[in-house]
Design a protein around this ligand. Sequence first.
Ligand code: SF4
Ligand code: SF4
Ligand code: SF4
Length: 427
Amino acid sequence: MVNGDVKREETPMNSAQDMKNRNSLKGKIVLVDGENRKTIIDLMKQLLEKKCLDAILVPSQVPDTDSYTWLLVQEGSLLDLCDPLPPVMTVQGGKALSSLTKHGEMEANIGALMRPCEIEAVVELHKLKQIDLDHIILFSIDCPGTVPLSDYMRDPQKMAENFKESIKKWGESESLRPICQICDRFSLFPFAPSSPKSSLSQGGADLPASDIHIGLLGGNDEKIFLWPVTQRGKDLLKKLDLSVHDNLEVWESKVEEVREEKLKKRTAFHDEWSTKIKGVDNFAAIFDECINCHNCMEACPVCYCQQCYFDSQLLTLTPEAYLERAQKRGSLRFPLDTLLFHIGRMSHMALSCVSCGACEDACPMSIPVAQVFTAVGDQVQDYFKYVPGREKEESPPLQIFLEDEFGDVETPGDGLETSHGEAKENV
Ligand code: SF4
Ligand code: SF4
Ligand code: SF4
């Protein structure tokens, strides 16, 4: 092994115990009491009342405003403010949860209810040692998407109405963010491939790696589906007073139907964006109007470094040095190094980009940041056969390496053969 440290496992799977449990797992069906939102809130209240959880982190409306935030709730009655599917993503859930667990150990058991892309970010942050999941139970939920934050801020009532309509059509709405319109990970996919070329097709893991998934599709606002993904999820559901049902086919087939449509859109997206980002000039043109405010980085859940290189003194120059550069080029554009910032950020986190759209929502210049990162991220992730948000124990590819990788980039004649098998002999 070269520089032998850790060896990356191929096609990570869930633990043997979870795999065994899956065969015997039964999903549960809950009849809707009035509306989906209230039914989910009642379930969360039960979990607090029965002391299954000490607190729950949920998206909630800020009282008397049109805004949404995250609430860590210990008192069940305060859950009435909760909205499991707010129309906008003001703060990415992964960011909210990492603030909770980053500093110090936690004894309490906390639940967190989030959209799939937020759970994926949580799982990535766990792998990057930014979230400790030991005492956290993750609840994912079928997600129709969100509307762009800027559109919502301009006209909250209208956009809230548009969002309600999009739930009925399940994601088929131009009011939704572009990234949500092509999101093929809006639900839970047990054993499912995450993209047509993904290694998951060889026998995958659950995506996202939550503990319990709440299915809404196919329920027609009359029932919701609860799918315990892990043993912890199964244990928790046992404590609730729910009817058992071993057939969630309605939900599964509806999810598959929507997913097929989304996959077609994602494929078309890649066709379009592969041209848009081809070559340095095209790539640079996308960021022409960037004012280098770094809002995209601040909003991104997986951009977690406390001191970003691009905000550090390392990139500052003396006035003389700026003048020297201006003299060489004829002029110097400020702010400096905008493109370097985006390429640098991309190289740091493209493998963990969960296509959540938070960066695009945060951009004051309407630059399609999330679409660029998704166009590049999907390619890089596919190259490494890596799916962010999958199996919690899987290490990100840049932290580890395989014995047999990158044979095709070794230089011929340097003593290493280019074929993987032969190269192995030499290292
Ligand atoms: S990207 Fe959009 S549709 Fe996909 S999970 Fe996130 S919010 Fe939902
Ligand atoms: S780069 Fe953008 S889309 Fe990707 S994880 Fe960060 S905020 Fe989400
Ligand atoms: S948020 Fe927009 S303007 Fe600000 S640095 Fe990012 S891309 Fe540039």
